[in-house]
Design a protein around this ligand. Structure first.
Ligand code: TTP
Ligand code: MG
Length: 351
């Protein structure tokens, strides 16, 4: 059985703006352009209470919430923040599919305690970027995506497929990605206004109304049946080496020497596979089992041990372990695509 997480940052553009304008925290804040046709890109949760959401015309937002602070969008700034978040995800989980500036799917297959791993990841994102996220975990992308949205902000929802069916049975069909507004309208005319009703609708009716393929597809979506299991489309996005010590190590110089050896082995492996990456990360587990990762993305992809080693040592020094270290690791991620060109692309699920 596969296990997939969907992570989505909370009120992303606004949250990124608040990093440089913390005095606005707790206030209704709206990121919107200023032209006559401008729409709201993001509203803070405080502003949403006034009925202001993404895609609300800016002029209407000003009427609904005259006290809101309006900020013009700064896309390069949001892209930069997005990159930092995604680098952290890649430093925790090998298989990440980024699907937007503020959202990604993560393949949790094979992790021993996936929920704990996701909690650590969220804490790491919070600590390193100041941003909060919501996470959904489920057996496929569909469940994970809907679950991540179910308890925003700062949601953490884990559901089996059956639990998702039960929980959202009374929700409108449009809740599920892939069931668009036109379909929702047609379903409404048939008297099908909930996911539960759609899941139970007779095959003949759906096939007759929506076609022999699309009809049953709709019902599968309403049952949260994801098409296929392994659907993440980026394979082998990172490689790492790590070691757990027989005796915990407190000496900073010794830690750097060990890190250098791990880096040499890692880069040797990368060179053999002709892989280069732009993100360099370290992993440190302290003697109390608390685990940290630190990552940095450099300008050009590399597998040069001198370059990787320098960044890894800097990350380790900046981290400044407060207790003896139990495990140390180094990872290179964000491979350049030239090296991956030979890989077979995998099908994306229609979500
Ligand atoms: P979302 O994740 O849909 O929204 P959000 O992060 O602002 O709020 P939350 O997830 O907590 O509900 O979109 C991410 C960013 O994409 C959002 O901050 C701004 C941008 N965006 C638009 O520019 N226009 C839109 O209509 C939407 C939905 C998003
Ligand atoms: Mg979001």
């Amino acid at each position: 059985v596969s296990l997939i997480a969907h992570l989505d940052a909370d009120a992303f553009y606004v949250s990124v703006e608040l990093l440089r304008r913390p005095e606005l925290r707790g206030l209704p804040v709206v990121v919107a352009g200023s032209g006559p046709r401008a729409v709201v890109t993001t509203a803070s949760y405080e502003a949403r209470k006034f009925g202001v959401f993404s895609a609300t015309p800016a002029s209407r937002a000003r009427r609904l919430c005259p006290d809101a602070v309006f900020i013009p969008p700064d896309f390069p700034f949001y892209r930069e923040a997005s990159k930092r978040v995604m680098d952290i995800l890649r430093s925790h989980v090998e298989r990440v599919e980024v699907v937007g500036l503020d959202e990604a799917y993560l393949d949790l297959d094979g992790l021993i305690s996936p929920k704990a791993a996701m909690r650590r990841l969220i804490a790491d994102v919070r600590e390193q970027t100041g941003l909060t996220c919501s996470v959904g975990i489920g057996p496929n992308k569909l469940v994970a995506k809907v679950a991540s949205d179910a308890e925003k902000p700062r949601g953490f929802v884990v559901l089996s497929r059956e639990q998702a069916c039960e929980r959202f049975a009374a929700s409108p069909p449009g809740l599920v990605p892939g069931i668009g507004p036109k379909t929702v309208e047609r379903l409404e005319r048939l008297g099908v206004t909930t996911l539960g009703a759609l899941a139970a609708a007779p095959d003949e009716l759906l096939a007759q109304q929506f076609g022999a393929n699309h009809g049953p597809d709709l019902r599968r979506l309403a049952r949260f049946e994801g098409a296929g299991q392994l659907t993440l489309d980026r394979v082998a996005v990172s490689e790492s080496r790590e070691t757990t010590f027989d005796c915990d190590v407190a000496d900073a110089e010794e830690l750097e020497r060990i890190l250098d050896r791990l880096t040499a082995r890692l880069c040797e492996g990368l060179a053999k596979a002709d892989r280069r990456g732009r993100t360099i990360a370290i992993k440190v587990r302290l003697d109390d089992f608390s685990t940290f990762t630190r990552a940095r993305t450099i300008g050009a992809a590399t597998n040069d041990p001198a370059v990787v080693g320098e960044v890894a040592r800097a990350l380790l020094r900046e981290f400044g372990a407060s207790r003896p270290v139990r495990l140390l690791g180094v990872r290179v991620a964000s491979f350049d695509h030239a090296a991956d060109a030979g890989e077979v692309p995998q099908l994306r699920m229609a979500v």
